[in-house]
Ligand binder design. Structure first.
Ligand code: TXA
Ligand code: MG
Length: 335
């Protein structure tokens, strides 16, 4: 099925059935999950998977996450599943946790870009679950954006990036707004490859032992997760991130804002901008939910520069900082 026209579907039963048929026939459907919108295709169909890479302009060595709807599917699409995976799945699925496991022969190698591992996740969004059930196949889905741009949290974001490249988009919303935690369970100790909706403390509490973070085990030159070596989540406007001690950070930020404004440059202070978008007092969860939308909106304002200030790395703060560091064209570390 070739995508020339992109249909916007509702989230009613009949629309989900239509979306599932598109997936069964080898087409692409963008659908909401609790994290971000996914660009879904039949994970067992090489042709359909190929279309995902093409539509996104995704590097061929960056593997996809396979979405399932029940625990029984874990054993079908992964092999030698360790006990820890079941423990975590019982606790956090359906939800924002992707587990990297050994890939079974029931999935083609293109799904994981030739790796012998595969990332598997059971999303909690009801529309996503219903879509996977009705499609009757596991659904491979990266975030439904053009490679490198901010992830989509609304159908409009998907439309802006992928019109004519995806057969249908299910119109709904995402509650978390940031991608899942990716946890590698294929080495002797679990390693977080990407922080997300489930924190290291939550994982350690369930497992009862230490979980590593990729920064603790990674030499810069050998990314464990292929996606880590690419620039990500980036608005078109240059983004400068200021980190370090709060007091100094604020002073540097205010000086920079003044400096650019007196030179006639339009500068957007991201934290304040998100505060203005939020109708309720800002906290880390609301920041996460609105961040990608704010980065896209900032681009529409045609500013010269986005200035972002570090957040405390509690709860979703860690995942937010991970995304901002990757999105930044420059990081200013103050003492
Ligand atoms: O929340 C999410 O995870 C969303 C929704 C749609 O589920 N999906 C998502 O997919 O963020 P994507 O493709 O944008 O990011 C997947 C990340 C990439 O950094 C990729 O390199 C990594 O997971 N990944 C996937 N399979 C892997 C594997 N077998 N080994 C190591 N890393 C893997
Ligand atoms: Mg992505």
């Amino acid at each position: 099925m070739r995508a020339k026209k992109t249909t916007i579907l509702g989230s009613d039963k009949a629309s989900i059935t239509r979306a599932a048929t598109i997936i069964k026939e080898g087409g692409l459907v963008a659908f909401p999950t609790e994290t971000v919108f996914g660009l879904g295709a039949d994970a067992t169909n090489k042709n359909a998977l190929n279309k995902i890479f093409k539509a996104k302009g995704r590097p061929r060595d960056n593997p996809l996450i396979v979405h399932i709807h029940c625990l029984e599917q874990l054993n079908i699409f992964a092999r030698n599943v360790p006990e820890e995976a079941y423990k975590l799945a019982h606790h956090f699925w359906p939800g924002p946790l992707s587990l990297v496991l050994q890939r079974s022969e029931n999935l083609p190698d293109i799904v994981s870009a030739g790796l012998d591992t595969v990332a598997i996740r059971m999303p909690s969004n009801e529309i996503a679950l219903d879509l996977i059930i009705q499609a009757g196949v596991p659904v491979a889905a990266p975030s439904a954006n053009l490679s490198g741009s901010p992830s989509p949290t609304t159908a409009m974001h998907v439309l802006a990036d992928l019109t004519g490249k995806v057969n249908a988009i299910i119109n709904s919303s995402c509650t978390i707004g940031l991608e899942s935690t990716v946890l590698d369970l294929t080495s002797c100790q679990p390693v977080i490859l990407r922080p997300g909706g489930v924190s290291i403390y939550q994982l350690e509490a369930v497992l009862g032992f230490k979980v590593l973070q990729v920064k603790e085990v990674l030499a810069e030159t050998t990314p464990m997760s292929p996606g880590m070596k690419y620039r990500h989540y980036s608005p078109k406007t240059p983004l400068v991130l200021i980190t370090g001690r709060k007091y100094t950070r604020k002073t540097v930020l205010n000086n920079l804002l003044k400096h650019y404004r007196t030179r006639g440059l339009k500068t957007i202070h991201l934290n304040k901008f998100i505060g203005n978008l939020s109708r309720t007092p800002l906290n880390v969860d609301i920041f996460a939910r609105l961040m990608y939308d704010a980065l896209r909106k900032a681009d529409h304002l045609s500013g010269d520069l986005i200035l972002a200030e570090q957040l405390d790395e509690n709860g979703l703060g860690e995942a937010i900082m991970n995304r901002l560091r990757k999105a930044a064209t420059r990081i200013i570390r103050v003492k």
